[in-house]
Write a new protein. Structure first.
Length: 337
């Protein structure tokens, strides 16, 4: 059984795969510096909503390493603010930071504060591993026969602390004989689909092909897609779900072609302060991600550009949302889930 871990704490150092280099290079980076982890999140060396949360939890625990006790409060607050500023959309980041802050507040005057913070970060990580397993088991119930699945971006092991969300559902379904082929959208502009999802699918031995994002409609028209499943970065109480830009396109296409559209995510991705998708902050990325292709300039810097990293799929287009608690069908109400 192939095990991929996007991030791992080993002897007070965070080890992570540099996801910007995959699949051409499998480069491991090691650091105990929270600022380096913040940069890794901004650069998408570490990415995917749950993985960002786990990495940020470890970063906060590491922020007190080699710091004198009198400076702990200042160091923790600086690290908290810096990590909270990295990426605005994935709510898992803020969930993990707040959980760490609760531990900090509770144990700040004790000598074992640092070990309490490590313990909490490790438990956030272990919980995520467990959530991924339960999402996959629940997700298996949507399959009744062998299907061809399309997915967008990467919601696999690389995107989480454990084995993934949407891609883990696909993996489990494949192991149980329910998946004939996976179509992986390339996912412009940073190619999480054609680089990362494809890399994982190949490792798992699942038959797949990559396609440009704009090929999805044609594939559906040719009757080649039986269902679509993606992850999410933030889910509102009414089920509106933010995910990688282009996900909404797929949901609209599924509606037209009468193809089920599923989201798989842990309940740590639900934002109970968000009644609907209007309140979800969408990250805007540097226009260089559009004007350049892997540092090669492809269009003019002087061209104005619009580069949202995510979009919001309205709940009315979602067939069901799979969490570790079960399969949630419309009408969605995540306030008490
Ligand atoms: O910009 P990214 O690569 O961090 O975007 C990731 C996604 O959109 C994923 O689908 C989402 O975080 C779910 S990961 C389990």
């Amino acid at each position: 059984m192939i095990k991929i871990r996007a991030v791992e704490l080993i002897e007070e150092q965070l080890h992570f795969i540099n996801q910007t280099k995959l699949p051409l290079q499998e480069e491991m980076l090691v650091t105990d510096d929270y600022e380096r982890i913040a940069i890794a999140i901004e650069r998408l060396e570490i990415r995917g909503a749950p993985a960002i949360g786990v990495a940020a939890a470890y970063a906060l625990a590491l922020s007190l390493k080699n710091i004198e006790k009198e400076k702990w409060t200042e160091a923790f607050e600086n690290a908290f603010k810096r990590l909270a500023s990295t990426r605005p959309t994935a709510v898992n980041l803020f969930f993990a930071l707040n959980e760490m802050q609760d531990v900090y507040n509770h144990y700040q005057n004790t000598n074992d504060l640092r070990s309490r913070l490590y313990q909490k970060a490790i438990s956030i990580h272990n919980d995520d591993i467990n959530l991924c397993d339960r999402i996959a088991s629940n997700g298996l119930n949507i399959f009744t026969h062998k299907v061809r699945v399309l997915t967008h971006c990467n919601a696999g092991a690389l995107a989480t602390g454990g084995d993934g969300t949407a891609l883990n559902v696909i993996r489990k379904a494949f192991e149980n004989g329910f998946v004939e082929h996976v179509y992986s959208d390339e996912t412009r502009p940073l190619l999480q689909g054609s680089r990362l999802t494809a890399w994982e699918l190949q490792k798992y031995g699942i038959p797949f092909s990559i396609n440009t994002d704009s090929t999805a409609a044609f594939l559906m028209q040719q009757n080649k897609i039986d269902l679509v499943i993606t992850g999410a970065d933030r889910i509102a109480i009414n089920g509106d779900a933010a995910n990688k830009i282009g996900t909404y396109n797929l949901a609209v296409l599924c509606h037209y072609h009468k193809i089920p559209f599923y989201i798989a995510a842990p309940t740590t991705t639900i934002d109970k302060k968000c009644p609907n998708g209007d309140g979800i902050k969408i990250e805007l990325r540097d226009k260089k991600e559009l004007t350049h292709f892997d540092s090669k300039q492809i269009t003019l810097d002087s061209f104005p550009a619009y580069c949202p990293a995510f979009d919001v799929t309205p709940h009315s287009l979602i067939t069901a949302i799979i969490t570790e608690k079960g399969i949630h069908k419309p009408p969605f109400d995540f306030l008490h889930v």
